[in-house]
Design a protein around this ligand. Structure first.
Ligand code: ADP
Length: 450
């Protein structure tokens, strides 16, 4: 086992990894930008190293500085968290060259899944059902027109290098195609430096269902059920739950096995998530994330596992402790993302937290790195906490979430808490009757009614 791990991240996920390490008797190294010198992950880690100025590209994304921090402190492994360098194949390759262990999959797995066309192609060959679409990249709008006409509208134009919901444009009819095609390319070029796009059939009323997988790198893999992340704004998840209200045990076992078998065949190592759109009882693969997800705690709650500790164990070469026959979901878990944002525009609301009280009690978990007096810097994403509840049934989990939200106090900045309080009043949320478009439509209705 490792004796020292460096965490190449910040915020709540850095704390999540520090907690896992401390329980395993592993010392931790935090890295931070100059803007994060007072951050909680710096306080709670055993050691810390400043790796650059506030901008992410100069600090948390600065490969040379992260590797130097590892060498200076003698850390043997790096946990990347999510975002930043977590899916950067060149970074993982650099670690492989320096003899530092990356707590995650190989650079090859990352590059295969990081390119969405290659990912889709690989999954199709492994027997995973995919969204109908173009075979590979579509270089010209003329070709796009032929493919779209053949497949039937509506279609969605997506960036090959996509992520975070960027570089994606909908064309409802042939009239929209030119604008959607050039819009997606421009956005993709700006966001990823790569303007290659591909086409998929646009699904009208799907849910977003994702399967948690875990591999030992030696041909054995398991699944830990699904998460339902259909509540989204601008293709970004807002609330996640496990299990999904629309997936029964037989369906879970079937899609779970398909996913576990697929990643076992490629000797996948560590945690991964296979994302699907689910419509009319069919699954359509959209992408695989080769890292820990923001919403991993709902899976931890229902399966009673620690995904981060298991990531560390398999990265250190130990046997994977998960066995499919022991993995049975228990109860229901819901996570809401508390962002420092001002509603209704969801405008970032950085500033100083003047009072903070975290909810507690049975079945409540608050993953956050904020504290009273903490100044939220304006340079990073606006997630300031994740509130996760677990209860016997979906209904009791909703009641627990409502109770926990009523205890949460974050003063000094605006947060998305009122959004969740309002959502919990909605019959569709109470019954679990929502698709990926539900929230956008509901938000439009809210502003229209103002
Ligand atoms: P990203 O990597 O940018 O997150 P994804 O491919 O995972 O992109 O898609 C993100 C979200 O965009 C999905 O959860 C869904 O809401 C929407 N989406 C993507 N592909 C389609 C599609 N073919 N039809 C309808 N919605 C889609």
């Amino acid at each position: 086992m490792f004796s020292k791990i460096l965490i190449a991240n910040r915020g709540e996920i850095a704390l999540r990894v520090i907690r896992a390490c401390r329980e395993m008797g592993i010392s931790t190294v935090a890295v931070h930008s100059t803007a994060d010198a007072d951050a909680m992950h710096v306080r709670l880690a055993d050691e810390s190293v400043c790796i650059g100025p506030p901008a992410g590209v100069q600090s948390y994304l600065n490969v040379a500085n992260v590797i130097s921090a590892c060498e200076v402190t003698g850390a043997e492994a790096i946990h990347p968290g999510y975002g930043f360098l977590s899916e950067n194949a060149a970074f993982v390759q650099a670690l492989e060259d320096h003899g530092i262990t990356f707590i995650g999959p190989t650079s090859e797995h990352i590059s295969t899944m990081g390119d969405k066309i290659t990912a889709k192609d690989t999954m199709k060959k492994l027997g995973v059902p995919c969204v109908p679409g173009s075979d590979g990249g579509v270089p010209t709008v003329e070709e796009a027109r032929v493919i779209a006409a053949d497949m039937g509208y509506p279609v969605i134009i997506k960036a090959t290098a996509g992520g975070g919901g960027r570089g994606m444009k909908l064309a409802r009819t042939a009239d929209d195609l030119d604008a959607a095609f050039s819009g997606a390319r421009t956005e993709a070029k700006a966001a990823f430096g790569n303007d290659e796009v591909y086409i998929e059939k646009y699904l009208e009323k799907p849910r977003h269902i994702e399967v948690q997988v875990f591999g030992d790198g030696k041909g054995r893999a398991v699944h830990l059920g699904e998460r339902d992340c259909s509540l989204q704004r601008r293709h970004q998840k807002v609330l996640e739950e496990a299990p999904s209200p629309v997936i029964d045990a037989e369906t879970r076992a079937r899609i779970g096995k398909t996913c576990a078998d697929a990643v076992a065949k490629i000797n996948y190592i560590g945690a991964g998530t296979i994302e699907f759109l689910f419509e009319d009882n069919e699954f359509y693969f959209i992408e695989m994330n080769t890292r820990l997800q923001v919403e991993h705690p709902v899976t931890e709650a229902v399966f009673d596992v620690d995904l981060v500790q298991e990531q560390i164990r398999v990265a250190a070469g130990e046997e994977m402790q998960f066995h499919q026959e022991d993995l049975t979901p228990n109860g229901h878990s819901i996570e809401v993302r508390i962002n420092a944002e001002k509603l209704p525009e969801f405008r970032p609301s950085p500033g100083t937290i003047t009072a903070y009280h975290a909810p507690g009690g049975l079945g409540v978990r608050m993953d956050s790195a904020i504290y009273q007096g903490y100044r939220i810097p304006p340079y990073y994403d606006s997630l300031i906490g994740k509130l996760i509840v677990h209860a016997e049934t979906r209904e009791t989990a909703l009641a627990r979430l409502s109770r926990a939200l009523s205890e949460l106090i974050v003063d000094g900045v605006d947060t998305t808490t009122p959004l969740f309080e309002a959502l919990l009043e909605e019959p569709d949320i109470q019954t679990g009757n929502y698709t990926i478009h539900w929230l956008e439509r509901w938000l439009e209705g809210q502003t229209a009614g103002d």
